[in-house]
Every structure is written in structure tokens, then in C-alpha cells.
Design a protein around this ligand. Structure first.
Ligand SMILES: Cc1cc2nc3c(=O)[nH]c(=O)nc-3n(C[C@H](O)[C@H](O)[C@H](O)COP(=O)(O)OP(=O)(O)OC[C@H]3O[C@@H](n4cnc5c(N)ncnc54)[C@H](O)[C@@H]3O)c2cc1C
Length: 342
């Protein structure tokens, strides 16, 4: 078992609100680790609308989801947070007054004085493709994410999908795989044109295969895939021998494991005290889209306010013997030193 990582605060979710929480905690000398199931930071802004404009971030008339994520990452850089991406928090246990043990599906364990749940609408989870009998193969020879490319070395791989994830993993895994086949239902791709061109060059050079159609049948035994049948538009079927299949059909948001952590929930949201943004468990905070209180608006600016108040309360748990003095970043040289500007 891996060693336990100790931290002042563990933040579950690296969406815009989880990221800004690092800033508010950092100003108060509180160190944070963040875990997110996505392989990138930014939550909904990065996953659902990276190119769309946001017009209601205070003081910023216009910024895209991607732009806001980049700006938040620049803002929290002085506090050097540690990210654990591509990992889902599966369990959360109270081990002290307050203290928590948190585990991820990648086998990591954290011990933190406080936990901040900034899990938004829940965890982004892959959409299952409509293929009969796929379940017994999942996590054995059907994978919805690539955790380690080495696991696919010298394997016969089938990637299914036509978006950026399918194309990016096609380009990344093609040099590693024994043979790679990409299957998409039509000969047009939603992914970046540059990736599409690179994929077509590999096909033209005979270094990978492209099949237009849909996976109609799986062959295998005991969770181990042996081959798939692919049906084209005209109804003709071809058979491809494979060791593993990687479908990339997009992501959907589900509350996920948060529901199993013994926290009081209301309509799948965490009720909080609006003075501290703490749940019914002291030291366990909920900020951003995941919380609920009278008048709650699921806006990024609300989450930023919640992060600031959460940090004030977390300070008392992390430094029980110290007095907290309220300061402005404009006039406090101590805050400016932490930000690296004084
Ligand atoms: C199309 C669209 C347009 C929008 N436009 C605006 C706008 O103009 N202005 C505005 O203010 N808001 C807008 N919003 C809403 C805004 O994006 C959300 O309010 C904001 O993203 C909430 O931030 P968050 O950090 O609370 O959660 P999220 O952005 O949802 O991030 C939560 C993160 O937690 C992770 N997570 C969840 N559970 C786990 C777990 N168990 N383990 C590990 N990680 C986990 C998720 O993977 C996710 O990355 C828009 C939303 C959408 C969908």
C-alpha cells in the first residue's frame, strides 16, 4: 500500500471553485492538495465549455472557460498546490476532531485536518457505448481512460469515437501498440483538424487502420476480449482481433461516491452554514455547485465568495492556537510576500 500523504487541507475537485480555494487558503498559509477525476484542471469550464465566453466574472468583461482556468492557475501558482489528476476520491472517513482520511481509486491515501468538497455537479464519468454485453469486459479489457500508456504496449488496440479524446489517444498509443484500429460511425471527425490530418497520414502510411462503422458484437471470455465485429452503414460486418478496446463517447456528470460519505444531503447537494460553508460535520466544507443554502446561485462568483469564507473557518482548525488578522492584498506586505510581489 502506498504511503499516506499528510496535508492541511484536501480539496476534492479542481474546478474553478476548487482552484480559487487554493488561493484563499494560501493567503492564510494553509497548504492544499487537490484530487480530480479529470486528467485536467478547470472542471466544467475546461470540460464542457472551454471555448465559450463567460461574461459575469467580476472585473473581467469577457473570458473563455479555458482562459479562466489558465488565469486561476496563474493566480494560485505562488502557493504551489499539488494536483492528483485522473483520480476519483472514493472514500472519506472522519478520524479526528477534525481530521479526515481520504482514499482515491488510484490507491492513494490522504490525511487532512480539513476537507473541502468542491465536486460541482459530481464526478465526470465516461458514457458507456451502446454495445450489448460490454459490462463484464470493463476495466479488464475495455477501458474508458488511459491511466498508464505502458499497459497497452504491444497490444492490439481498438479505439472507438470521433472526438478529441479518441483522436489524441489514437496518436499517442499508435507508436506503443502492436496494431491500432480507430472506429468511428462516420468519416467525419469532431476532433481538432490537425489531429484528424495526422491520423489520416498514419492510415495512408499503413501504420494504423481506420474503420467506418459501429461495434456490433464482442467476442471473448472471462472479461478478456478476443475480437469485435464492426458493422458498416450498408450492413456489412468485418471482424477485428483485439486485446483491448477504448471507447471515448464523452462524459456525463454523476454525483458518484459523494453520496456514500455519510454527509447529510438535500436533493443530492450538501447543505452548508453560510457563515463558514461547513457541512453538518465540523472541518468538512462544501463550496461551489455541490452545496445548497437559501438563495444559492450556481455561479462561479458565488463559489469564489464561498471559498473565501471557508478559508477563514479552516484557519481555526489548522492553526488552533493562532489569532486570525484580516488583511487586504493591496496593503499587506505580508500577503504580498506570500504572493511573491513584495
Ligand atoms: C455550458 C455552461 C455554461 C456556463 N456558463 C456560466 C457562466 O457564464 N457564468 C457562471 O458563473 N457559471 C457558468 N456555468 C456554471 C459554472 O461552470 C459552474 O458554476 C462552475 O463550474 C462550478 O464550479 P465548481 O468548481 O463548483 O464545480 P465543477 O466545475 O463542476 O468542478 C468540479 C470538479 O470536481 C470533480 N469531482 C467530482 N467528484 C469527484 C470525486 N469524487 N473525486 C475527484 N474529483 C471529483 C469533477 O471531475 C470536476 O472537475 C456554466 C455551466 C455550463 C455547463
Amino acid at each position: 500500500m502506498s504511503e499516506t500523504i499528510k496535508t492541511d487541507v484536501l480539496i476534492i475537485g479542481a474546478g474553478p471553485v476548487g482552484l480559487f480555494a487554493v488561493f484563499e487558503l494560501g493567503l492564510l498559509d494553509i497548504k492544499a492538495h487537490l484530487v480530480d477525476i479529470l486528467d485536467k484542471v478547470g472542471g466544467q469550464c475546461a470540460e464542457l465549455y472551454p471555448e465559450k465566453p463567460i461574461y459575469d466574472i467580476p472585473g473581467i468583461p469577457y473570458i473563455t472557460g479555458h482562459g479562466l482556468t489558465e488565469a486561476l492557475m496563474a493566480q494560485i501558482k505562488p502557493f504551489n498546490p499539488t494536483f492528483h489528476l485522473g483520480e476519483m476520491v472514493t472514500t472519506l472517513d472522519k478520524i479526528g476532531e477534525p481530521a479526515f482520511r481520504v482514499a482515491t481509486d488510484a490507491g492513494k491515501t490522504f490525511e487532512a485536518k480539513c476537507v473541502v468538497i468542491a465536486a460541482g455537479g459530481g464526478s465526470f464519468q465516461p458514457k458507456r457505448p451502446p454495445i450489448n454485453g460490454i459490462e463484464p469486459y470493463e476495466e479488464k479489457s475495455v477501458f474508458y481512460a488511459v491511466r498508464k500508456m505502458e499497459n497497452f504496449r504491444d497490444k492490439k488496440l481498438l479505439i472507438v469515437g470521433g472526438g478529441d479524446s479518441a483522436l489524441d489517444w489514437t496518436l499517442n498509443l499508435q507508436p506503443v501498440a502492436q496494431r491500432l484500429t480507430l472506429v468511428h460511425r462516420r468519416d467525419e471527425f469532431r476532433g481538432a483538424p490537425d489531429s484528424v490530418n495526422k491520423m489520416r497520414e498514419l492510415v495512408a502510411a499503413g501504420q494504423m487502420d481506420l474503420k467506418i462503422g459501429q461495434v456490433s458484437e464482442l467476442e471473448g471470455d472471462g472479461g478478456k476480449l478476443a475480437a469485435v465485429s464492426i458493422k458498416d452503414k450498408a450492413g456489412a460486418t468485418s471482424r477485428v482481433e483485439i486485446d483491448a478496446m477504448l471507447p471515448f463517447f464523452g462524459l456525463t456528470m454523476k454525483l458518484g461516491p459523494v453520496a456514500d460519505w455519510g454527509i447529510e444531503l438535500k436533493d443530492n447537494l450538501i447543505p452548508v452554514d453560510t457563515g463558514t460553508f461547513e457541512s453538518n460535520v465540523p472541518g468538512l466544507f462544501a463550496i461551489g455547485d455541490i452545496n445548497t443554502y437559501p438563495g444559492k446561485l450556481k455561479l462561479i462568483l458565488s463559489g469564489f465568495h464561498e471559498a473565501a469564507l471557508m478559508a477563514q473557518q479552516a484557519y481555526h482548525y489548522v492553526f488552533p492556537d493562532k489569532k486570525l488578522v484580516f488583511q487586504y492584498t493591496t496593503s499587506s506586505t505580508s500577503l504580498q510576500k506570500k504572493l511573491g510581489v513584495a
